[in-house]
Design a protein around this ligand. Sequence first.
Ligand code: B12
Length: 272
Amino acid sequence: MSESSLKRWADAGKITVSRTEGGHRRIPIAEAVRFIRASGATVVRPELLGLADVKAAQDIADDDILFHHLHEGNGRAARGVLLGRYLGGESVAALGDGPIRGAMTRLGELWQHAPEGVFIEHRATDCCIQAISALRQMIEPPEDGPVAVGGAPAGDPYIIPSLLAATTLAAEGMRPVNLGPETPVASLRHAIAAHDPAMVWLSCSSPPSADVIHGAVELARELRARERMLVVGGREKEPVVAAARAAYPVNTLAELAAFARGVVTAHAALGA
Ligand code: B12
């Protein structure tokens, strides 16, 4: 687009800019990304946004492409696919529930068929974490958005699910504090005391121990008494949600996004 249209949109408030001391307009990357998604603009020269590896949308829509790049350990290409699809308008939740989950499931089956399967899976996991982290960095939730705190419980080493939950929440306007894998319930309590979150998430990918289940039951009760919610997701959430009746079971990131929208709306109404 031309410089003059850009200036016009900025002055009309369609793009939020700040001014340098010299009076020049400055557009934060997160704001540029928001505008591109909202307007359906095509990114012709991604390198100008510092996104050198972003691929043209038509080359990356096929979910096999992400699997292929992760399988080959090509982190730059995997990042380009995710960022390109996000800029093209797909939501973080849809990318997580769809191509990312699909690719990781296929990668997790390799060890049964090939001796080098574990090596490929571990390499792919690192590439995938880096790609999602790049996406996370492009999303700047509003400073007055409601806080969410969460992680995976003790004994659970899985990084990607909680990282995706945090990125999904940020995309919906919440400010996530992701404590990541192996987080004891006691540490979640410290984070809750420090941040007063509107929502707490627990991502369960490993079968939870009796201690984890007990801790989640207590935490869910405490949070409900304070009108806060504990949402529990992940492949191994069933034992936790069966015991913790005060917790909200959530199956997908799309559902989590819907929950977050409700929290953000309620928060805005309270602030207004
Ligand atoms: C990477 C990986 C590992 C890595 C993790 C690295 C790391 N630090 O993150 C390591 C090497 C540590 C590992 C270890 C093991 N693994 Co493993 N692993 C995987 C793999 C390939 C990918 C996991 C992943 O990140 N998936 C991507 C996420 C996004 O998908 P997801 O978990 O399904 O999450 C989705 C939903 O559940 C939901 N969700 C998740 N969390 C949350 C939270 C909230 C709040 C919400 C709303 C939603 C939500 O949203 C996500 C998107 O839709 C899976 C394969 C698979 N099917 O997932 C095997 C897999 C889970 N592992 C498996 C196994 C067997 C093991 C080990 C026992 C291997 C061993 N012998 O040591 C250990 C056990 C570790 C433990 N303590 O539990 C099996 C489990 C089989 C079973 N059901 O019993 C799988 C299925 C592989 C397979 N097909 O055999 N693993």
